[in-house]
Write a protein that binds this ligand. Sequence first.
Ligand SMILES: [Zn+2]
Length: 344
Amino acid sequence: MPNLKEKIQTISSELKQQLAHLSQEKELEALRLSFIGKKGAITELLGELKNLTIEEKKEFGPLIQALRQEAEDGIAARKKFITEQQSQAADNQARHFDVTSYVPNAPTGHLHPYTLFIEEIQRIFLSMGYEIWDGPEFETEFNNFTALNIPKDHPARDMYDTFWTDQEGYLLRTHTSPVQARILQQRTPPLAGIAPGRTYRHEAVDASHDFMFMQCEGLLVDKNVTVAHLFATAQTFLRALFQKNTLDIRIRPGFFPFVEPGFEIDMRCIFCKSGCSVCKQSTWIEIFPGGLVHPNVFKACNIDATQYSGLAFGFGLTRLAMLRYGIDDIRLFHSGKLKFLEQF
Ligand SMILES: [Zn+2]
């Protein structure tokens, strides 16, 4: 009965072909019914067995049974494959991470106002050709005082309430000026740079005083440096910082041991036209001291004062930052109060 043999082969190859393309359990169930269900093709073949002769039954019986087994095994294997595929897809879905997705109100960190302010100042001075210098906060008495024309027992040392240390000759720097002394001892002019950093004074803490404060030192040394350079530098810096095209400044005489002549530099009040509490009704705000480097400083640092002259200035970063951001309490800067910090 060659017809039956062909039929078995056709069903077998159809079964394989259809199984290979199935990807849904629903389709798999339909396939199961069409092959080995009550009216399935293989079930019908088995039904036809009873019409055959004994010889034919011996020949085709096992073949049809084998075909049925093949269908059952194939369907089970395909079912396992489909389940695995589905769980893999679910897994991928869970792992999928969209970097462009937007999460509203996600909290982000930001830089401290001091850092932002120092970066702003550095940008301005870098644009003017200055370098950025750094120095230690634990400093020698020589760099902090002696090299800056403040010898031992000089009354000017009383201007600084110093934190002395157990180690003789060492202190917490009272200003950033020792960076000047270090640079002058190490380098040959021409040179120009600023040195922002922490300084320490033994002071009682209140709304406008703190024992630690940020200062910034500025130094420019070359041949023929004059007061005009100092004036122009201060004005250019302040105009850039307060973003004003015109901002008048004035200089008054002032005494600082490391400069001669020394000046107090003031700028027009940026908050009023006729007097306010910030400028104490004067319309001028005291900004920073500066002057021409004292020949004794050059001498202490082995620079020839007959060849070179220089300008130096130093300002409290905190005070300037308070003016820039309109802050009225110095303690807020390192209070750690998030309500304050989050405004920047
Ligand atoms: Zn004012």
